[in-house]
Design a binder for this molecule. Structure first.
Ligand code: NAD
Length: 250
């Protein structure tokens, strides 16, 4: 494809799942990719796969809930590669607990990683991009920011993802004058470690409720991210792109 040639990017949660597939997809499209995660051993494996594609890569250890870690992560990438063009803020977790039983720590953990982490990464990347007067931020939201999933209880997750969608729109409005675009991606059910560990009865229900009749694969999100990252999408900002096998149409 080559549409992202010479672009400098990072992917949080890049060690596995959606982040890994997108990291490889960005590299195949010509971008250098920093793989950002708390799991360095797995991230190093992704770095080797990206380098085998002929692109530059580095693993950066970063807990997205820690402001100092996030600043250091962006600084490391910019000092090594000179700029930052594409930030994919994707790290996230889900905890399935009935609302009335959810502990404060469970609630806080989900909000800290999924929403505050996206804010901290967007802020650190945004500062660099505002200075450059160019850049693209893509945040992983979810169809759970639009609908309530069943049968599993996950109120903190759903609230965090609705927050990501509105945070994305807010940043898009604030930073449009600086030529910094901010969009979100809302996947439906995607087969990763996050979902595949669920009980069979949940997974069967999810597939039944999905018009496409199956879960998506992480690779099926790559096109959406490359589209949002590409310079030909220069008027696309403040958008939430839903990729869900038509789940939310019903
Ligand atoms: P996953 O569990 O396979 O991967 C998540 C990655 O994030 C892991 O590599 C993990 O180490 C990393 N991570 C977790 N906490 C972190 C932290 N504090 N700092 C840095 N990295 C951290 O999950 P996935 O399915 O690939 O999900 C990726 C994103 O997509 C998440 O935001 C998730 O909410 C979202 N999403 C997933 C689905 C789905 O069906 N899988 C659907 C919609 C949205």
């Amino acid at each position: 494809m080559g549409t992202l040639k010479n672009k400098i990017s990072y992917v949080t949660g890049g060690a596995r799942g959606i982040g890994k597939s997108v990291a490889l997809g960005l590299a195949r499209s010509g971008a250098d990719v920093a793989v950002v995660d708390i799991d360095m051993k797995t991230a190093e494996g992704v770095v080797r796969e990206i380098e085998a594609l002929g692109m530059r890569s580095m693993a950066v250890s970063c807990d997205v809930t820690d402001p100092a870690d996030v600043s250091a992560m962006v600084e490391k990438i910019v000092s090594a590669w000179g700029r930052l063009d594409i930030a994919f803020n994707n790290a996230g977790i889900c905890i399935n607990t009935p609302a009335e039983e959810m502990s404060f720590d469970q609630w806080k953990k989900v909000i800290d990683i999924n929403l505050t982490g996206v804010f901290l990464c967007s802020q650190a990347a945004g500062k660099v991009m505002i200075g450059q007067k160019s850049g693209v931020i893509i945040n992983t939201a979810s169809m759970s920011g639009h609908i309530v999933n069943v049968p599993q209880p996950q109120c903190a997750y759903n609230a965090s993802k609705a927050g990501v969608i509105q945070l994305t729109k807010s940043l898009a409005v604030e930073w449009a004058p600086y030529n910094v675009r901010v969009n979100s991606l809302s996947p439906g059910y995607i087969a990763t470690e996050m979902t595949l560990k669920a009980p069979e009865e949940w997974k069967n229900r999810w597939v039944d409720l999905t018009p496409a009749g199956r879960m998506g694969t992480p690779e099926e999100l790559v096109g959406a991210i490359v589209y949002l990252a590409d310079d030909t999408s220069s008027y696309t900002t403040g958008m939430d792109l839903v990729v869900d096998g038509a789940f939310t149409c019903m």
